[in-house]
Design a protein around this ligand. Structure first.
Ligand SMILES: [Fe+2]
Ligand SMILES: [Fe+2]
Length: 317
């Protein structure tokens, strides 16, 4: 008679849950690589939400009207909320919030490269909402069905808010495109600058994405990078027509034979350079985050002191 170790039992239970398309919960046993992959992906996602507040936060004081300012503030606050859900969900895998914060402010953690580009004009708020939040939705909707329960549930709430972000961006661009020639030019210029980086958000082409197959087998990932990129472009083309903007790719056209869009090759050298920290804004983003963390030390101390006093009171009672 063979003895089954608890690890084998755990692996079997895990495989059965994945096969049944059920959710893995924090109490369930899971392979170490699954846990590590999720910690990496989810913490990077959380960092991206938090760092992503900066390019738009840059425009809150300069929004062109009170209404625009209120909308932009709500949007940036939503991103803070997304970061918080995701940090909490990641903590269920056995990493602390402090560890994740340290990794970020010491420059050891990755976050989405898109946030290392500057936002010189108001039209960038439109282009970010339309293209960056738009790409985020296409990436994140399938994550609502991700095999890890806390991640999947966080994504359901996040995706609802991302749709609002995408529409507010579209609406900013639409308003500019109905304005003066200078405003139209500003909108087109922002689309020209954000289009390619937003396509890069889906990650490297399928044949150069070594971890994708494993994530698909674990049902963390449901569609390949190239499939999602195609879906995104398919969404943009009719919307660009409504806006009256040109997508900056002369080779972009529907191909009836392949049933997908032909497009120019993506400049992955630029992507890799930005990823390695040579983007226009990498250093500023990390420094700003570090300053905010240090500036908030007194809040954390006060909260801890309050909790200590409450506990004392409870013990005395
Ligand atoms: Fe977000
Ligand atoms: Fe967003």
């Amino acid at each position: 008679m063979t003895t089954v170790t608890s690890t084998d039992d755990e692996q079997r239970a895990f495989d059965a849950l994945i096969d049944a398309d059920a959710r893995i919960e924090p109490r369930d046993g899971m392979p170490d690589d699954y846990r590590k992959t999720l910690i990496r992906q989810m913490s990077q996602h959380a960092h991206s939400e938090i760092i992503g507040m900066q390019p738009e936060g840059n425009w809150i004081t300069r929004a062109p009207s009170l209404q625009r300012k209120a909308i932009l503030m709500a949007k940036v606050q939503d991103e803070a909320g997304h970061g918080l859900y995701l940090y909490s969900a990641t903590q269920t895998l056995g990493i602390t919030r402090d560890e994740m914060t340290e990794q970020l402010i010491e420059g050891r953690a990755k976050y989405s490269s898109i946030f290392n580009y500057p936002t010189p004009t108001w039209a960038d708020m439109g282009a970010i909402g339309w293209l960056v939040d738009g790409a985020a939705i296409v990436n994140q909707v399938p994550l609502c069905r991700c095999s890890y329960g806390p991640y999947a549930r966080a994504m359901v709430r996040i995706c609802k808010e991302e749709s609002f972000h995408q529409r507010q961006g579209f609406e900013i661009l639409l308003t500019l495109m109905q304005g003066t020639d200078a405003q139209k030019q500003m909108a087109q210029d922002a689309v020209d600058r954000w289009y390619w980086p937003s396509l890069m958000m889906f990650g490297p082409p399928d044949d150069e994405s070594p971890n994708s197959a494993r994530s698909m087998a674990w049902k963390i990932k449901r569609f390949s990078n190239d499939e999602l990129r195609q879906r995104f472009v398919g969404m943009l083309v009719p919307q660009a027509e409504v806006l009256g903007v040109t997508l900056p790719d002369p080779n972009l056209r529907w191909n009836d034979d392949t049933q997908q869009y032909d497009m120019s090759p993506i400049d992955w050298d630029e992507f890799m350079a930005v990823l390695k920290g040579h983007g226009p804004m990498n250093a500023v983003r990390i420094q700003t985050r570090r300053d905010a963390h240090e500036g908030g030390a007194w809040v954390r101390e006060a909260a801890a002191e309050y909790a200590r006093k409450q506990q004392q009171k409870e013990q005395a009672a």
